[in-house]
Design a protein around this ligand. Structure first.
Ligand code: FAD
Length: 586
């Protein structure tokens, strides 16, 4: 081993002490020394928009909801959601939760279970029978809403809350659109849907079911309404365009689901092929499994390209649905006019097509047949716009609306799946709210585009009804994860989603996803960073070397004494949630 070198200490020599440097001494104390004049950077408290709120197509103030839930104020959290979205129990189950994809916790560990918390809050309000506030001021105008899916329900709700008289026209027996006749009960129990719809109607909405506009009521009859909102969805299934599709035993995904959810008997036999890879296909497949069939999903691309929600695809696999990837149907084989088999061909993926997705190319000689009793075609739906009057612009697939939801006809607005927007429940709810704002602006003689601008939440199209109604021009800055100080947050895994055990799951339509317990709901709410919003953690006050930060007398935040803040911006650095901004040269 190498020997450690030991430095010998030099003998100390008494030397004269160096003279002390000159020091300024004030006889008046530090208060006299107003160091604020040195400042080049100015810290300023400024709450910002959390990325989850910006990403919510329904425009929910997710961050505020999390704060209230973290204080176990679930009624308050519910009220907060209801300012923006009348269907929390529904969305807490079926929304694809872009809020979670945007959650800043992704930069540390896993996103907060915002979706499951929304369900918890919605269900807690259902149990307690909580109701939304009735409108304070009544207006004399009546508005017609056509279609009672999430877009129509949202528009009716927000306008009713603003005091307008609403008549809601629905072609079917019951309200809800796809929520009732498309999405199966094992994903969205009907008692949850019924309770949330009942609360919307209880605001005084006049409901006209089994009235199909264009068949039972002429468009001209709507002239007595001050404005019209059309949201009739997309219910016409695209054809397969293969021989044999006229045979008995071939049906569209939505027609099949509607039949089952209307309580009618759907005679599908023992072997079912579902064509398509979207949500309708997954719902049809899992529903057919619950009716006792063996199910094959035939999808022309690979799992990675499937448009269906990944969780749905996984659940379908768990429930014994077999998916034939890279496979297209070429012919439906019939016997005495009834489906007996389906002939398919294998594909390979070619170059990307016009939509950017790789085009499936048939592999010659790879044909095979599958013995089948029923073919369910779920390759896409388009709107039926035959009831709309001349003068409305539409292409073959959509009703055209501008950024406020206005159509080419004055006083006529559109939204939801019949317009060109992502086909999700949250987008439909957002479009109904947007139309409610635009209709209110139209009926009060205001510019809709300006009014909507004031209601924007960030830059992704979300609109806030509370901003619209208060017109307080709140800040638009969205906090980025890089603006947070993640050192202050503990890593903590999110609560795993509970599901019904597989054995016996498919014997009925019982809800598969289980909700959060009260304990887990609180734990999840507390995992929220509260991005961009001061939560009185005191860090700014503790770290300020100039003692320039003090708590406000009303305890609603802090104030900075700029006479003494010399702009070191330690407070900005140490604020965990980025609630302090910096201005240069002020
Ligand atoms: P719809 O929900 O389609 O409602 C339109 C309503 O208008 C219907 O009730 C219809 O009967 C009525 N109507 C039609 N014509 C007339 C007329 N002339 N007069 C009067 N009434 C009329 N999105 C998600 O976010 N999560 C999911 O899990 C999900 N699952 C889905 C599963 C299926 C099977 C399908 C088909 C879609 C799913 N979606 C999902 C998409 C989502 O349901 C839709 O984007 C949403 O329902 C669209 O709402 P909407 O109000 O525009 O239309």
């Amino acid at each position: 081993m190498e020997k450690k070198k030991v430095r010998k200490a030099k003998p100390s020599v008494a030397s004269p002490k160096p003279p002390l440097p000159y020091v300024c001494v004030s006889t008046e104390g530090t208060l006299a020394s107003k160091t604020g004049t040195w400042r080049f950077l100015t810290p300023k408290y400024q709450n910002k928009i959390a990325p989850c709120s910006e990403a919510c197509p329904a425009g929910e103030d997710v961050e505020s909801v999390m704060v209230l839930a973290g204080e176990e104020d679930y009624p308050g959290a519910w009220d907060k959601i209801m300012e923006e979205n009348p269907l929390p129990g529904v969305c807490g189950r079926v929304c694809f939760h872009p809020c979670e994809a945007a959650c800043s916790r992704n930069a540390l560990d896993e996103p907060v279970s915002i979706n499951a918390l929304e369900r918890f809050i919605g269900d807690a309000a259902c149990v307690s029978g909580r109701k939304p506030d009735a409108p304070v001021q009544k207006r004399h105008e009546r508005v017609a809403v056509i279609g009672s899916g999430p877009a129509g329900l949202s528009c009716a709700y927000h306008l009713a809350r603003m005091g307008y008289g609403i008549t809601l026209f629905e072609a079917e027996k019951k309200l809800g659109g796809v929520l009732r006749y498309g999405i199966p009960g094992y994903r969205l129990p009907r008692d949850v849907l019924d309770r949330e719809i009942e609360r919307i109607v209880s605001l005084g909405v006049e409901v006209m079911t089994e009235v199909r506009v264009g068949r039972d009521l002429a468009w001209e009859d709507l002239k007595k309404y001050a404005a019209v909102f059309a949201a009739t969805g997309a219910w016409e299934s695209l054809p397969l365009n293969i021989p044999g599709e006229e045979a008995a035993g071939v049906m569209s995904g939505l027609a099949f689901l509607k039949k089952v959810h209307s309580g009618e008997k759907a005679d599908i036999g023992e072997r079912v092929a579902v064509i398509g890879g979207g949500n309708t296909a997954m719902d049809a497949a899992r529903t057919a499994v619950r009716l006792g069939a063996k199910v094959w999903v035939v999808y022309r691309r690979t799992k990675e390209e499937m448009p269906a929600w990944a969780e749905e695809v996984a659940d379908a696999g768990d429930e014994n649905v077999t998916t034939l990837f890279l496979t297209s149907p070429v012919r439906i084989v019939t016997e005495r006019g009834k489906v007996s088999a389906i002939e398919c061909i294998g594909n390979i993926l070619g170059d990307p097509g016009k939509d950017g997705r790789r085009v499936p190319l048939p592999l010659n000689g790879s044909n095979f047949s599958l013995k089948i009793d029923t073919v369910i075609s779920a390759i896409g739906e388009v709107p039926d716009m035959s009831f709309l009057p001349a003068g409305l612009q539409r292409d073959s697939r959509f009703l055209s609306v501008d950024g406020t939801g206005s159509t080419a006809l004055k006083g006529v607005f559109g939204g939801g799946d019949m317009t060109a927007q992502p086909r999700t429940v949250a987008f439909a709810i957002g479009s109904g709210k947007r139309a409610a704002m635009a209709i209110d602006a139209y009926l009060t003689g205001n510019d809709a585009a300006d009014a909507l601008d004031a209601a924007r939440v960030g830059n992704k199209g979300a609109l806030s009804m509370s901003r619209y109604r208060s017109r307080d021009g709140q800040a638009q800055d969205v906090i980025a994860p890089s603006d947070l100080n993640l050192a202050y947050f503990k890593r903590e895994k999110r609560t795993p989603k509970g599901k019904l055990p597989l054995s016996g799951r498919c014997e009925d339509f019982a809800e598969v996803n289980l909700g959060l317990s009260r304990e887990d709901a609180l734990r999840e709410a507390k995992r929220c960073f509260n991005c961009g919003v001061c939560n009185l953690c005191h860090n700014c006050l503790i770290y300020c070397p100039d003692l320039a930060v003090s708590a406000r007398p009303d305890k609603q935040g802090y104030e900075i004494n700029y006479d003494y803040c010399k702009g070191c911006c330690l407070c900005v650095e140490e604020c965990p949630r980025g609630a302090i901004s910096v201005e240069v040269g002020k």
